[in-house]
Design a binder for this molecule. Structure first.
Ligand code: SF4
Length: 498
């Protein structure tokens, strides 16, 4: 995308006609996008605050408006069985049909906290063009939640498919069947966050309800889409053995044993900042329960250096894919996704790789005039978003590499930018001895680094503005409201047990 026209627009000003509208006789409209089915009066907005009633018609307020598009890897989206290590272009918008107490994207998912400086404006053509130019084959609709970006996704995903791209939908999937019917022709991969198996948990923690989520998962699975399920294990609330057992049984009974299931580590955030990270032993216990019940591909998420993120053949136990954080390397799969050793199919889809890392030898380049920038991994901060902007009227290039202990380093890689182009990409720690990335920036490039807490987190504040986080377990920009949700939920859990 081009450099945004910063702060000159108010994101709520413009609207577009919305789909899934029912006009009611009294001037109000009903929205059929999420199961809330909000009835909205003239001039008002629905629960998500990004769909409203203007002149008696349902409109969307966030068409083409989102956070900065970001190059990541497919592992960021809890998708482990679709072309491991593949680059994706992550696209997030603003607003949400839920309000989960632990949301790590609350600054963009809850429309009342969105500031105009964080909103970027895109057309479907710009999104597709950016992916193609940077050698990316998958668009990922993600972050806050794609459900409330319905019209923009349908338009862009259709264009992307025509250009040979693949669409991934990462969602809590609180969505109506009518809306799913519109997504099925254009979405290829569904990564669904099944928050819990408990109806009470859904009501209290997410403000939604579980039934449409379960029905939606079955619908996309039965439509033959690639589906992966992930569950956030919230410390002392939903990281118990019973929760792991019920979710695993549901996947087994309603889907099949080859559907990948991810148990994801929680970090304190939003209305649950007064909790602690999920103890890793509880995640491992959940994984063993799921495997004992018969699930073939069970993973742990938000854990960097742990073999519970690797893929093994369920038949001969050969190592198929190694993972470290958000990096993956396929070492035991053939081109059709079968185990190289025994030929067993492990529910992998592999895209043909026609791109390679843009490695470059800088020996012949005079680097003394380039600005150098370094970042050190610390605590749980093992990935960052780098946002770079070419302010020149001519193309430009940025260079980066990984620094290791003992003055060793990886190869220089580069990203080419068009005149006035703004680009954002993730770098995630890839091995234990890696200490952090290093950048070389030509004249005319401005840059900002953003600390990422766990996967699918979109940080809005740059370390150049707020500094480096001193607390490694929760983002520096914290929610200033009440922190009582964890305390209330603990009472609920204890009451159930008594
Ligand atoms: S998408 Fe928004 S307006 Fe529509 S029903 Fe859901 S919360 Fe209400």
């Amino acid at each position: 995308m081009n450099i945004p026209d910063l702060n000159t627009k108010k994101w709520t000003q413009e609207s577009q006609p919305a789909k899934l509208e029912e006009i009611l006789g009294d001037g109000s409209v009903k929205c059929h996008l999420s199961p809330r089915n909000c009835v909205i009066k003239e001039g008002q907005v629905g629960f998500c605050k990004v769909r409203g009633n203007r002149n008696g018609r349902l409109v969307t307020l966030n068409y083409g408006k989102g956070v900065h598009n970001t190059q990541e890897t497919i592992e960021t989206e809890a998708v482990f069985h679709f072309s491991p290590g593949e680059k994706i272009l992550s696209l997030g918008n603003i607003g949400c049909m839920l309000n989960c107490g632990y949301c790590h994207n609350w600054k963009t998912s809850q429309a009342k906290y969105v500031t105009d400086k964080d909103v970027y404006y895109y057309t479907p053509e710009q999104v597709v063009d950016s992916a193609l130019r940077h050698g990316i084959k998958i668009l990922s609709w993600t972050y806050n939640d794609p459900v409330v970006w319905h019209e923009f996704i349908l338009d862009t995903a259709k264009l992307a498919k025509e250009a040979g791209l693949i669409n991934l939908y990462k969602s809590a999937f609180f969505i109506t069947e009518e809306a799913i019917d519109e997504l099925l022709p254009v979405i290829d991969i569904f990564s669904i966050s099944l928050k819990s198996s408990s109806p009470e948990y859904y009501r209290k923690v997410t403000t939604g309800w579980i039934e449409p989520v379960l029905e939606g998962i079955k619908k996309v699975y039965n439509a033959g889409k690639h589906v992966e399920i992930s569950t956030l294990m919230v410390t002392d609330i939903s990281d118990d053995e019973d929760s792991a057992r019920t979710i695993s049984k549901w996947v087994l009974d309603e889907l099949d044993p080859s559907v990948p299931l991810h148990f994801v580590r929680f970090h304190p955030d939003y209305k649950m900042s007064n909790n602690v990270r999920t103890p890793i032993n509880r995640l491992h216990k959940a994984k063993s329960i799921a495997q004992e019940l018969g699930l073939r591909h069970v993973y742990l998420g938000n854990i960097n250096d742990d073999e519970a993120t690797n893929s093994y053949c369920y038949q001969c136990s050969s190592l198929l894919v190694t993972r470290y954080g958000l990096n993956a390397e396929s070492i035991g799969l053939d081109k059709t996704g079968r185990c190289l050793k025994c030929g067993c199919y492990n529910n992998f889809i592999i895209l043909e790789k026609n791109y390679s890392k843009n490695s470059i030898n800088l020996q012949h380049l005079n680097t003394s005039s380039l600005e150098k920038k370094k970042f050190n991994w610390h605590g749980d901060i093992v990935s960052i978003h780098a946002q770079v902007t070419n302010t020149l009227d001519t193309p430009n290039t940025i260079f980066f590499r990984r620094r290791m202990r003992d003055d060793a380093h990886g190869e220089w890689e580069c990203i080419s930018l068009l005149a006035k182009e703004s680009y954002r990409f993730i770098i995630a720690k890839s091995k234990p001895q890696e200490i952090g990335p290093e950048f070389l920036l030509s004249q005319g490039i401005s840059s900002n680094l953003h600390e990422v807490f766990d996967r699918a987190h979109f940080p809005t504040e740059a370390i150049e503005d707020i500094g480096i986080s001193m607390d490694d377990t929760t983002p520096k920009i914290g929610y200033k409201g009440k922190q009582n949700m964890y305390t209330q939920l603990i009472k609920m859990v204890n009451k159930d047990e008594n």
